[in-house]
Design a protein around this ligand. Structure first.
Ligand SMILES: Nc1ncnc2c1ncn2[C@@H]1O[C@H](COP(=O)(O)OP(=O)(O)OP(=O)(O)O)[C@@H](O)[C@H]1O
Length: 228
């Protein structure tokens, strides 16, 4: 049997006291690429947040990159976040510093000390996303697509096994979305496991992958024809 990178069993996903998704069963094996779809408010972000430790898993079983979600403690969260790369719709880059300094900030915050190694790593990830030449720019000097590339580079800094992308193309025009999607596909082909929440049906149709859907408080796998 393949190695599970992410596993939920009868997991209930809550936002405060409201149950958003109940009895979620989900398994992603190493190397999988899954889309997570569903209407606005159906619970995609809540599921993602539970996976990266922003919401606690109060009921059911769950594990992600070797961390047990029901027993996850506040102090474990930085260690969990080193093993997963997270990409958001709104990039979440720090506007008061350069791209290079955005990345060094994350490396230092995740325990890196050697400045030579940090520099090598930063150029490696920027090269991977085609942004090496713009390391000295500040986020507001970049286009949305470029900012998302940098955010993807940031997600790769600690060589995570799993990438969680929550609407990564949500703020981008169709052409730029396609470019970002091609980049995510390359990253997937390099061996990473990816779970990507999206509304972008054009992308889902163009780049076919396994798909799960949030609907009516449940999560289930759908076949491509039933996606829309
Ligand atoms: N911080 C919060 N506190 C309380 N309820 C919340 C919070 N965030 C979301 N919710 C509720 O949880 C439910 C699921 O929201 P969620 O953001 O997970 O949906 P979504 O599928 O990601 O939607 P979208 O596609 O619009 O991002 C909604 O009913 C929402 O109102």
């Amino acid at each position: 049997m393949k190695e599970a990178i992410l596993h939920l069993e009868k997991a209930d996903i809550y936002q405060r006291d409201s149950l958003v998704l109940s009895q979620v069963n989900l398994r992603l094996n190493k190397g999988d690429f899954y889309y997570l779809i569903g209407k606005t408010g159906s619970g995609k972000s809540s599921l993602m947040k539970t996976l990266y430790g922003d919401l606690l898993l109060r009921k059911g079983k769950g594990s992600i990159v070797d961390f047990d979600l029901p027993t996850l403690k506040e102090k474990d969260i930085p260690f969990l976040r080193r093993k997963i790369g997270i990409v958001f719709q709104d990039f979440k880059l720090l506007n008061d510093r350069t791209i290079y300094d955005n990345l060094i900030f994350v490396l230092k915050a995740t325990g890196w000390k050697d400045s030579g190694k940090m520099k090598t790593k930063i150029y490696e990830v920027l090269e991977k996303v085609g942004m090496k030449e713009k390391y000295y720019k500040k986020p507001f000097e970049l286009s949305g697509g470029e900012q998302q590339r940098v955010a993807i580079a940031r997600a790769l800094l600690n060589d995570p096994e799993l990438i969680l992308a929550d609407e990564p193309t949500g703020n981008l025009d169709p052409k730029t979305s396609l470019e970002v999607m091609e980049l995510l596909n390359e990253i997937h082909q390099s061996g990473k496991t990816i779970l990507m929440a999206t509304h972008d049906y054009a992308l889902i149709v163009k780049f076919k992958q396994k798909t799960i859907k949030c609907e009516g408080g449940e999560v289930f796998e759908v076949v491509q024809q039933a996606v829309i």
